[in-house]
Design a binder for this molecule. Structure first.
Ligand SMILES: *[C@@H]1O[C@H](CO)[C@@H](O)[C@H](O)[C@H]1NC(C)=O
Ligand SMILES: *[C@@H]1O[C@H](CO)[C@@H](O)[C@H](O)[C@H]1NC(C)=O
Ligand SMILES: *[C@@H]1O[C@H](CO)[C@@H](O)[C@H](O)[C@H]1NC(C)=O
Length: 376
């Protein structure tokens, strides 16, 4: 019993020794000089590092880097596995940015088990000059009909009247940030900017900074990053038509608004009004059939608005409502036609008959008169 106990202890000690010596042997260092670099592209940052110091035995081993990063305050990290020494991505510069990275050695090199280094960290905050009260408010950007971008804002809460705001933008087709050319103005102050010819930039990050200057001191900059397809506000649908079939079925049709947005990219919201009661419906088609709620309804109206659907963008803005289109009910148009057609045929027939009679008409009429005269 005692002997066996000793054996077991020896064995476990032996195992422990081999495991520790094994893991001591295979050790890898974190990357060196990890840093987050701002090239002045309004939120597009470079995360870069240098290879770790490597022990002689492992010079031949392929190394991988596991990079994690996020805007300060976000719950989740983005994770990237790469063999490169740089990674670029877009960030919201209103907040700080933090990142961490470690080296990973592949299984072949580490005799079957993957080996990782400790993490090394870096963070970045843009230099925030000026008080929060000088920063623009209610910044809002809309990409109208997937054609032109309008960004608008209100001045900061407490700013000197001499303050001038300026908008800069950057996307990956530009070497450096550019200033807005077409400012929207209110009382000769910049309160917005219109940008067009952005066709090739869908599904790419678009960066904006509104900063400013004043004699009294620095103005706090405001940053935005978005993708154009996610802030599209389309035009309202056109050519609405409403009719009733079989006295009970309401048929509604409309056309996708004109412009560059493919028809398959729309979703619609339809409001139908039947004698002061209205219902809402959603559809991706551009027609719709509904049962009437009542036989007696006097008036049916509907209107539609459009938005880019989830197959073409992650988000969107509803268009304005279309013009209202109505169908006047009560007298059933179908039964009316059924009634009118025989009546029309009858009258046409009668007219032809009268014409024929009229041809040899004058004489009999005359004789009729004569007759009357004779009688009197
Ligand atoms: C891996 O195992 C082989 C033989 O199985 C051995 O020669 C080699 O030194 C081991 N490498 C490391 C890094 O432990
Ligand atoms: C505003 O930002 C742009 C782009 O980063 C920069 O070139 C410009 O000097 C800034 N203007 C002010 C007044 O800070
Ligand atoms: C509505 O019309 C249908 C078919 O024409 C008829 O069966 C039904 O009784 C009508 N309902 C009312 C409330 O008039």
């Amino acid at each position: 019993m005692v002997l066996m106990g000793v054996d077991a202890r020896c064995l476990s000690l032996f195992l422990l020794c081999t495991i520790t010596s094994h893991s001591l042997e295979i050790k890898v260092n974190p990357p060196q000089d990890f840093e987050i670099l701002d090239p002045g592209l309004l939120g597009y940052l470079y995360l870069q590092w240098k290879p770790p110091v490597i022990i002689e035995n492992f010079k031949e081993c392929p190394l991988e880097y596991e990079l994690k990063y996020r805007n300060v305050g976000n719950d989740s990290w983005k994770t990237i596995i790469t063999r490169n020494l740089i990674y670029k991505d877009g960030f919201d510069l209103n907040k700080g940015i933090e990142g961490k990275i470690r080296t990973r050695m592949s299984e072949q090199c580490a005799n079957g088990s993957e080996v990782q280094s400790a993490w090394t960290e870096a963070s970045y905050w843009i230099l925030n000059e000026g008080s929060m009260e000088t920063k623009i408010q209610d910044m809002n950007c809309i990409y109208y009909n997937w054609q032109y971008l309008v960004c608008s804002w209100k001045p900061g809460k407490t700013v000197h009247p001499d303050t001038t705001y300026t908008l800069f933008f950057w996307h990956e087709d530009l070497d450096h940030a550019l200033q807005c050319v077409h400012y929207l103005q209110d009382n000769e102050k910049n309160v917005g900017c219109k940008l067009s010819n952005l066709e090739t930039l869908d599904y790419k990050d678009f960066f904006i900074c509104v900063n400013g200057s004043s004699k009294l001191g620095p103005i706090r900059s405001s940053y935005m990053v978005f993708q154009l397809q996610n802030i599209v506000k389309p035009l309202p649908p056109e050519f609405l038509h409403i009719g009733v079939e079989n006295s009970i079925e309401i048929i509604m049709k409309w056309n996708a608004p004109g412009g560059p947005i493919p028809p398959r990219c729309y979703t619609y919201e339809v409001v139908v009004q039947e004698d002061y009661i209205s219902w809402e419906f959603a559809t991706d088609e551009n027609d719709m059939k509904l049962k009437k709620r009542s036989n007696e309804s006097g008036e049916l109206c509907f209107l539609v608005r459009s938005k880019v659907n989830k197959y073409c963008a992650d988000d969107g803005i509803w268009s304005e409502w279309s013009e209202e289109e109505c169908w006047e009910g009560h007298a059933e148009p179908d039964s009316k036609i059924i009634f009118i057609i025989p009546v029309c045929i009858f009258f046409i027939f009668l007219l032809i008959l009268l014409c024929l009679v009229e041809k040899d008409g004058p004489e009999p009429t005359l004789s009729f008169h004569v007759d009357i005269n004779n009688e009197v």
